[in-house]
Design a protein around this ligand. Sequence first.
Ligand SMILES: [Zn+2]
Length: 219
Amino acid sequence: MRKAINKYRQQLKDYGLKMLADGLTTGTGGNLSLALRTEGIIVITPSGIDYDQISIDDISLIDFNGNHLEGEKPSSEWLLHLKLYNMRPDINAVVHTHSRFATTLALLQQPLPACHYLIGVAGCREIRVAPYATFGSKELADKTVAALGSADRCILMANHGLIAAGKDLSSAYDTALYIEEVAELYHRAKAIGEPVLLNDAEMEQALLRFQTYGRKAKE
Ligand SMILES: [Zn+2]
């Protein structure tokens, strides 16, 4: 079991470095976690340590009641991760970032509309905005998880950032990355004109493709 848990700790560290390399975060910003449901353990990045300074032992382990088991103090948003796992059995990984273009929309409290079929990676037709609450608070966890609902896998957090969720870390990460990419394209398109949005039927087709073809649909 120890070996298996360390494998997941390493995975979180690797994806933390990937967040830096892909420009989704800087310094200690954002956080990542994995739920090991059979073991009853949540593996989560620690609070306030730069991603390139995190060691495997620093990565925090908490249980599904929020008790700290091992490692450094968990990320300040641990309550948000925990609440999401407890409310959504389909979710086993969570990625939270303040990536620039998605957060730009979050500052405007404007959703990211269906301007590109890739919105479908999040399982919805647009990326909505969850109401504002103080970072690290129970209120933020409650409001964000409620806004995400029962099926969506990504939401903007008002005046804060973005949260993406998935059945595993690579799908949660890809969602965060693709939604940031679409947010940037939307921003650029808005700078020179008014983007034409896909209609409900077109988005429905895209969503069906994502269900049927999975990753291949993104090619
Ligand atoms: Zn944050």
